[in-house]
Structures are given as C-alpha cells and as structure tokens.
Design a protein around this ligand. Structure first.
Ligand code: NAD
Ligand code: IPM
Ligand code: MN
Length: 375
C-alpha cells in the first residue's frame, strides 16, 4: 500500500489531478498497486483565507508519505511569486528534490515539426540552485539602506552574503543572485551520468550559457567533464540559445540533457510544445533518497480554468512517473499504453484537436486500463 499526498493546488491543477486519480483507481483495480491518498489543502484558496503558504504542519504531514502527486499553483488574485516561491519552490527545496526529470517524447501526430522524426529526450533540470535561490533584493533611495544582507538555506548548506551597495547616483536597483555549489553540481552530474548509462546513452548534453555567465557555468562544465570521464561518457556542451534552435531542428540527436534550473524551466515548455502542447509535459521532482513529487509542468492556466477543457494527459503521465518511481514499472506501462491508444483514437481535449472534456479523457484512459485486464 502506497501512501500518497495529493495536492491539487489551483486552477486546472484541481481538474487534472481529479483525472489522474481516476487513472490511479483503474490501475489499482487491475494490478497489485494499491494506494491511499490524503488530500492537502495547499494553494491560493487557503492562502487567501488564512495567509498560510506551506506550513511546518504541512511539511510534517507530507514527510510521512511515499510520494506527492501535485497539480499546479498560481492565481491571478495573488501577486506573482508568492505562491510559486512559498509553496512549490519551498517544497522542492525542503525535500531536497534536486532533479527535475522532464521527458520530451514524440507523440505523433501531435508533434508540430515539419519532419516526422521520432525523438526521445529526457531533460534533467537541476532543481534547487541557480537563479532559483530567492537571493535578491532592491536598494536605492526608495528602499533605504545601501547594504544588503542575504540568507539562503538549502539541505546542503546555508549561505549568508553581505553586500555593500553604493551607487554613484540616486537610482533604484534590483538584483537576483544565482549560486551553484560544488556539492550541488557534483550530485547533479552524478545523477545525470547514472541516468544516461541506465538509458543506454553514450552521451550527455550539458546546456548552459558559459560564454556569458562564466563563473557558475564554467565551474559546472569542469565538474561535469570530470564526472563524464569517470563514467566513460561523451560530454557535449550546448549554449542555451543554440539549444532552443537545435531542439526544433534536430531533436532526435539528443538523449540525456542536463540543464540548470532557469534554462531548464524555459526549454521544457518548448519541449512540451514539441510533444503537442503544455498539456503533454510531465515531470518528477526527484530526491533519489527521499520524498519525490510528480506534477505536470504546466501551471494553473487561469485562462481556461473552470471550463473542464484542460488536457489531463500531462498529469496522468506524471502519475505514470510516480508509479515507476515507486517500483511499479509494469503499471506505469499500462498508463502509457492507455494514453497512446486514446491519442490514436483522438479521444482528446480541444488543445489536441478533440472534443472531449478533461473528465472524459481521464475516464477514457482509465477505461482502456480496465479493458486491458479483460482482454
Ligand atoms: P500555464 O502553464 O498555466 O498556461 C500557459 C498556456 O498553456 C495557457 O494558455 C494555458 O491555457 C495553456 N495550458 C496549460 N496547461 C494546459 C493544459 N493542461 N491543457 C490545455 N491547455 C493548457 O502558464 P501561465 O499562464 O504562464 O501561468 C499561470 C499560473 O500558473 C501562474 O501563476 C504561474 O506562476 C503558474 N505556474 C505554475 C506552475 C506549477 O505549479 N508547476 C507551472 C507554471 C506556471
Ligand atoms: C515549473 C514552473 C515553476 C518553475 C514556477 C511555477 C515556480 O514554471 O514547474 O516549470 O519555474 O519551476
Ligand atoms: Mn515552467
């Protein structure tokens, strides 16, 4: 019996998680997989009601679970960053989910590229460092003080940075600092190498912008080179701008792609669109020794929330990743096959050209799984 934390969150997060649970139920009916799900009311509604984001009590409750199934966060009534940093990024940091795994697979016929070449990339996005540390501030006449003190806490370390800011004019400034640590890069590189070996790739692609951001990404290159040599893997470097182009022109030439946090966020939305749209991109926030969290990569989509037309497949495929992570690869495959069949039969939401609702697609996929048993 697996104990799952269910966090639907905001907007379409709620709708797609519902469909995901329908699919889990179908899998549980026909296989040895069994689960109980505890619902956690974390997100905009509770924040607007009580002012709470991710509380210590939430963290204690979540810690007791085997895995987290997460929808999406974000609400137009809340200033950007509050929920994103206070809930999602905090969870990734607190549970030290340092790998964000995002597969990018050619789901034909929904790939929008001219050439019909199959591709199968896995983006491993570093998930705890880079420009996602929340280490920034503002100074200048409107903000008082010229000295800025920063504190950031991660599982691997705590950092304090004091800056003396003395601009020669009376302008206001804002800044955001990125950090990479040797320990952080080393475990990231280690994971990427092990993953590539397990996948049967002989090459890793490391994406960065070390021609401009020379310190962080220069150090990252050095450590990746050392690690790749240790594992006997070829290491290919790509600048992120060129990578964005190459993903469109020759996606079939990439397998395991390691990418720092911010660029990974951006490239994987592009990756989702290569698969048919944001409704197809799934992800796992992985702590290989701890609590992992599985979610679609899309957000709460306020523009379509409440209409029942969100594509639930990204969430359902995140469910597949959850099962595989929890030791149920066969059950994961059931989900994958059911999704493939529904796509083939055009049982899809409007974003993929279909006419079905979120709930209907979830049910169609669940039915495919149930039928599989009787065949
Ligand atoms: P978004 O991913 O929510 O939506 C972008 C576009 O894609 C919208 O037009 C939306 O309708 C469409 N879309 C997304 N998911 C879809 C689906 N499953 N089916 C069909 N269409 C889908 O990004 P946004 O609009 O930039 O952000 C909205 C909010 O979500 C913001 O508050 C943002 O911070 C938050 N956000 C949260 C997460 C997360 O929780 N992991 C991820 C991204 C954005
Ligand atoms: C994602 C999202 C998040 C990120 C936001 C909501 C903090 O865009 O999971 O891709 O930037 O990581
Ligand atoms: Mn994103």
């Amino acid at each position: 019996m697996k104990h799952l934390a269910i966090i639907p969150g905001d907007g379409i997060g709620k709708e797609v998680i519902e469909a995901g649970l329908e699919v889990f139920d179908a899998v549980a009916e026909i296989s040895t997989f069994d689960y109980d799900g505890e619902l956690f009311d974390i997100g905009a509604d509770r924040y607007l009601r009580t002012g709470e984001l991710l509380t210590d009590e939430d963290i204690d409750g979540l810690r007791k679970k085997d895995a987290i199934f997460f929808g999406a966060i974000g609400d137009p009534k809340v200033r950007p960053g509050i929920l994103e940093q206070g809930v999602l990024l905090k969870m990734r940091a607190v549970f030290d989910q340092y790998i964000n795994m995002r597969p990018v697979t050619s789901w034909f016929p929904f790939v929008p590229l001219k050439r019909e070449v199959p591709f199968n990339m896995t983006f491993l996005r570093e998930n705890t460092e880079d420009f996602y540390m929340g280490a920034g501030g503002r100074f200048g006449p409107s903000f008082g003080g010229k000295n800025v003190s920063l504190k950031v806490k991660r599982e691997l370390y705590e950092l304090e940075v004091d800056m003396k800011a003395d601009p020669s004019n009376d302008d206001d400034f804002a800044f955001e600092i990125g950090f990479l640590s040797k320990k952080g890069i080393t475990r990231f590189a280690d994971y990427a190498c092990r993953f590539a070996m397990a996948r049967g790739d002989d090459k890793i692609t490391l994406v960065d912008k070390s021609n401009v951001i020379t310190h962080m990404y220069g150090m990252q290159r050095d450590i990746f080179r050392e690690k790749a040599d240790q594992y006997g893997l070829e290491l290919e470097f790509m600048f992120v701008d060129a990578m964005a182009m190459a993903m469109v022109v020759r996606p079939e030439t990439f397998g395991t792609v390691a990418v720092p946090n911010l660029f990974g966020d951006i490239l994987t939305d592009l990756g989702a669109q290569l698969q048919g749209g944001l409704g197809m991109g799934c992800s796992g926030n992985i702590n290989p020794e701890g609590l992992s969290m599985f979610e679609p990569i899309h957000g709460s989509a306020p523009d379509i929330a409440g209409r029942g037309i969100a594509n639930p497949i990204a969430a359902i495929l995140a469910g597949q990743m959850l099962l595989e992570d929890q030791g149920y690869p066969g059950e994961g495959k059931l989900i994958h096959n059911a999704v493939t069949e529904c796509l083939r039969e055009n049982k899809t939401t409007p974003d993929l050209g279909g006419k079905m609702t979120t709930e209907q697609v979830g049910k169609a996929i669940a039915d495919k799984i149930r039928e599989g048993k009787s065949r």
